[in-house]
Write a protein that binds this ligand. Structure first.
Ligand SMILES: Cc1cc2nc3c(=O)[nH]c(=O)nc-3n(C[C@H](O)[C@H](O)[C@H](O)COP(=O)(O)OP(=O)(O)OC[C@H]3O[C@@H](n4cnc5c(N)ncnc54)[C@H](O)[C@@H]3O)c2cc1C
Length: 452
């Protein structure tokens, strides 16, 4: 193929996946007048999920997406209540900075926004691999063996990571282990008589309830409106064999005032590993494809929206400068790691340690206030604050009768602090040697806990 012919076929940007990250990116890049092609394996009608999700309020402002309203937004929650696995503690957090959003309607709105801005959507087209030239990613191949070229190619394929997993460089193709996943499931049911209790704890319809640490994950109850209750569960894969669907159904079957018929719902795996490499020559990964989900709550929509806005800014700048090498695109990785990634890495470390605690130990930590209300607020918001010596000492004092457990807690705190500091030191400019050293350093910090 002649160079001229190849150039004619080249789009500015190819985005694989029309989920949250893909649509937000397409919207911003098309708005900046770049030619954007989106390839999505599903038909438009199958996009989004048939349920409601919690989405960080601030992600809408950050990503410049109008907030949800009307039918798209369900009743706001006044605050979140955390229950210990043994139901002995009921901890009311200050607020809940999330909106409960209908995922079908939200997804439809995002596609419409991006289409209106000028992005071209190709539904029902599955991408099977990236096309490389030398060290560059220059296009994608469809299942029908069609080749599409672009100046920048962006993987927004969510947990499939269809491009990233096929780029054998740095740790873009890192294997996602079972323990890097949560299996989540949720169902919406009608309640005939509004009163519901959870092991004798009365459920207030304005609040969202999380049983944190149960089955190496969490279960939740939320009244979407006066008569409709959502029951959900997330289970740490590789740590618990329980099916989240069975947990949900057990609860529903135990309540005579909850109708058996499922109104909506479904489930799937969520990648909750910390993020590392997200860029290469002519290539970016955004959203779950770049492991950007909050490890301690499984929420990936807010981070995907924020990352998409960051990626769009950096990609637009690189396209204008006609310089789309890793050196130019690196700023996206730096921005995400600074804003969210280092928090997620520390929370991933904390989570991996906490998963080794038994439910009884986890309940003890909550019941004694060793894991505090403030710690829980941060975990739910996807933030990490380095744990100081004084806090460690006070915690140790509260749990003095459980020395072994407190030592495990101390180790979790020390390792989380260390990985947080390590992420702060990620090179601000791309240098293959320095970045490789940083990656190795990160792997060695996680090595011990990942072998358990
Ligand atoms: C049961 C459940 C409950 C959840 N609850 C919440 C919640 O309450 N709050 C929250 O923030 N997050 C929640 N999440 C996680 C959240 O849904 C994801 O993290 C988020 O959607 C990630 O956005 P994304 O754009 O990266 O990927 P997605 O939204 O998953 O989009 C990826 C898109 O890529 C497409 N695709 C994949 N492979 C290919 C291919 N080869 N070719 C073309 N297209 C492809 C897919 O069809 C999909 O449309 C939940 C997940 C599950 C499973």
């Amino acid at each position: 193929m002649s160079k001229k012919k190849q150039k004619q076929k080249q789009t500015d940007v190819i985005i694989v996946g029309a989920g949250i990250a893909g649509c937000v990116l397409a919207f911003h890049l098309a708005n900046s007048r770049f030619e954007v092609k989106v390839f999505e394996k599903e038909k438009l009608d199958n996009l989004g999920h048939d349920w409601c999700d919690s989405i960080e309020k601030k992600a809408f402002a950050y990503a410049n997406i109008p907030p949800p309203k009307g039918k798209e937004r369900k009743n706001d929650r006044d605050h979140l209540v955390i229950l210990s696995p043994d139901f002995q503690s009921t901890i009311h957090l200050k607020h809940y900075d999330y909106w409960i959003v209908d995922r079908k309607l939200f997804q439809e709105r995002l596609v419409a926004l991006a289409e209106k801005a000028g992005a071209e959507f190709n539904f029902g087209v599955e991408i099977v691999e990236p096309i490389g030239r030398g060290q560059w990613v220059v296009g994608v191949k469809t299942k029908e063996e069609q080749v599409e070229n672009a100046r920048i190619v962006i993987d927004c394929s969510g947990k499939d990571r269809i491009l990233a997993k096929n780029i054998e460089i740095l740790d873009l193709n890192v294997e996602m282990k079972k323990k890097d996943k949560v299996k989540a499931y949720r169902e919406l049911h009608k309640v005939t008589d509004g009163k519901i209790d959870w092991k004798n704890i009365p459920i207030d319809k304005n609040l969202l309830y999380y049983r944190y640490g149960f089955e190496k994950g969490f279960s939740w109850l939320n009244f979407e409106d006066n008569n409709h209750l959502e029951v959900g569960a997330g289970v740490g894969k590789g740590y618990s064999d329980r099916s989240p669907k069975a947990i949900v159904n057990d609860f529903i079957n135990s309540k005579s005032n909850v109708e058996n018929e499922k109104i909506r719902g479904g489930g799937g795996d969520i990648l909750i590993r910390r993020p590392t490499t997200m860029v290469w020559y002519g290539f970016l990964a955004v959203g779950e494809a770049a492991c950007q989900v909050v490890p301690t709550n499984g929420c990936g929509i807010g981070p995907a929206m924020i990352a998409a806005k960051m990626a769009a800014e950096v990609a637009a700048d690189a396209l204008r400068r006609k310089e789309v090498s890793i050196n130019s695109l690196w700023q996206y990785q730096v921005n995400f790691i600074e804003e969210r990634g280092r928090n997620h890495a520390a929370l991933d470390m904390l989570r991996k340690h906490a998963l080794l605690f038994s439910e009884e130990e986890f309940s003890f930590l909550l019941n004694k206030g060793i894991v505090t209300k403030n710690d829980l607020e941060l975990m739910i918001q996807g933030k990490y604050k380095k744990i100081g010596l004084l806090k460690m000492f006070l915690a140790f004092f509260k749990g003095i009768k459980r020395i072994k457990l407190m030592l495990k807690m101390g180790k979790a705190a020390v390792m989380s602090n260390r990985i947080y500091s390590h992420y702060k030191k990620m090179p601000k400019e791309y240098n293959s040697r320095k970045y490789f050293e940083w990656l190795l350093g990160h792997m060695s910090l996680f090595e011990e806990i990942e072998q358990k």
